[in-house]
Design a protein around this ligand. Sequence first.
Ligand code: PEP
Length: 255
Amino acid sequence: MKSKNIIVGNWKMNPLSLKEAEKLFADVVKSISDIKKTEIVICAPFVYLEKLKKISKKISLGAQDVFWGEVGAFTGEISAEMLYDIGARYVIVGHSERRAMGENNNDVNKKIKSALSAGLRPILCVGEGMRDENHEYLNFVKIQIEECLNGVSKDSISKIVIAYEPVWAIGKEAPHPATPEEFREMNIFIKKILSDKFGVKEISKVRIIYGGSVDDKNAEGFIKDGKANGFLPGRASLSPEKFSKIVKICEALSK
Ligand code: PEP
């Protein structure tokens, strides 16, 4: 069976209080009550996850990062097992905002392995900082994928979601999102890297999603023309109205 399309809201470091987080989550839940064919995940700040779990089971919860160590002297860190224990089922790894703070492919690789062994599904973010005429950006993404997935078993690959997030398309300073055609090219390229590494059959359930200034105006093109299996919206996930419109577009185009 094919995997459902997936929409992962990345709230980043928002909102500022638990009360606001509960309201935002409850509003999102209300706005997607008739959704059946699309999986919805909200990646909220760590401190809200346990409370949000009590509001609804319709939306899966995810964290925005995880530490690779299992237990012990790692001041300030949070393990995959701890996240699973409080109800998270997904975790974003390798987001460009964490990479900008120094995280490298090797760190991301350790986080993926640790997440998988605790039962969390990693959402691996990859994407180039800029595009160049010589298509070096393809090589950059290839290296990211190969290094981040180094040592991951064939049995585990279907649990991983790959989010192609070109860094130049993320956030309010981004000049524009990628085009569906740019995503389509990358989607095919990523599938080729994965199938060479894991086998065509093993990767048939891997979802490749788009992130970078996605909204209710451009979402349709990424699914219809880019063949995206879903999205990772940042800003749009903070508006129940915009987020639910994206989800509904995805649902309407789901087979
Ligand atoms: C993100 O940071 O993952 C992201 C895609 O943000 P935005 O949708 O706001 O560009």
